[in-house]
Design a protein around this ligand. Structure first.
Ligand SMILES: N[C@@H](CCC(=O)N[C@@H](CS)C(=O)NCC(=O)O)C(=O)O
Length: 218
């Protein structure tokens, strides 16, 4: 049985699961959810994810929600990939950055993506909340400095090997330009993001989003 991923593929949280599966070569079936059709609230979806949020992974009768946990589950399917190191401390370091993502990076990048991408594209609202964006700025700069400093002298977040921490953190920036995420002076983040964007899995997953974007723009 193939793994099913329930997701609105345009979302950065969906993107991180899809790009990781693609990079690992894990077979999956995408079950595309449409937020405009209220798919998150439908009873059959709420039965597998009581949060009524996405993404959700279903592997037979095993269900995982929370995107960063899904990334770990996917990496466990290919234990020799290195995306989730086997050594305890190295693995904890990767998990730590995934926790940091959930606590700090994803929420603040999410403000820009919500205001400048989701609102106009999904909700048809062309009027970003300037107060929310102004409030995000201080939090963004505080976190971006931490990440930028961490990346100095390393190819990836935890060292010179790509891990799920890179996909967790990097995918929050998948729409960086459209979302107007102020990456300006964070040169290490820009260099690292370019290396993720160059991955064939990133390009493939981005291309697969285009029909979803086109449908929203109709
Ligand atoms: N921490 C969760 C966040 C999930 C989440 O908030 N997903 C959003 C979309 S990006 C959602 O499903 N929102 C629907 C809603 O709030 O009704 C994760 O990373 O999986």
């Amino acid at each position: 049985m193939t793994i099913e991923i329930f997701a609105f593929s345009l979302s950065p949280r969906a993107f991180k699961t899809l790009v990781t599966a693609s990079h690992l070569g894990v077979d999956y079936t995408l079950r595309e959810l449409n937020p405009r059709a209220g798919d998150f609230q439908k009873p059959d979806y709420a039965a597998i994810n009581p949060n009524m949020r996405m993404p959700t992974l279903k592997d037979g009768d095993y269900i995982v929600w929370e995107a960063n946990a899904i990334l770990q589950y996917l990496a466990l399917q290919k234990p020799d990939s290195g995306l989730l190191p086997k050594a305890e401390r190295a693995r904890l370091d990767v998990t730590r950055w995934q926790f940091w993502d959930l606590a700090h990076w994803d929420p603040v990048c999410g403000v820009y993506t919500f205001e400048n991408v989701a609102k106009p594209l999904v909700m048809g609202i062309n009027d970003p909340d300037t107060a929310a964006l102004a409030e995000a700025e201080e939090k963004f700069n505080r976190s971006a400095k931490v990440l930028d400093d961490q990346l100095k002298g390393k190819k990836f977040v935890t060292g010179d090997s790509l891990t799920v921490a890179d996909f967790s953190l990097g995918c929050a920036l998948v729409h960086a330009e459209m979302a107007k995420i102020p990456l300006g002076s964070y040169l290490e983040i820009k260099r690292w993001l370019a290396s993720l964007q160059a991955l064939p899995a990133w390009q493939k997953t981005l291309a697969a989003q285009q029909p979803v974007v086109a449908a929203l723009q109709k």
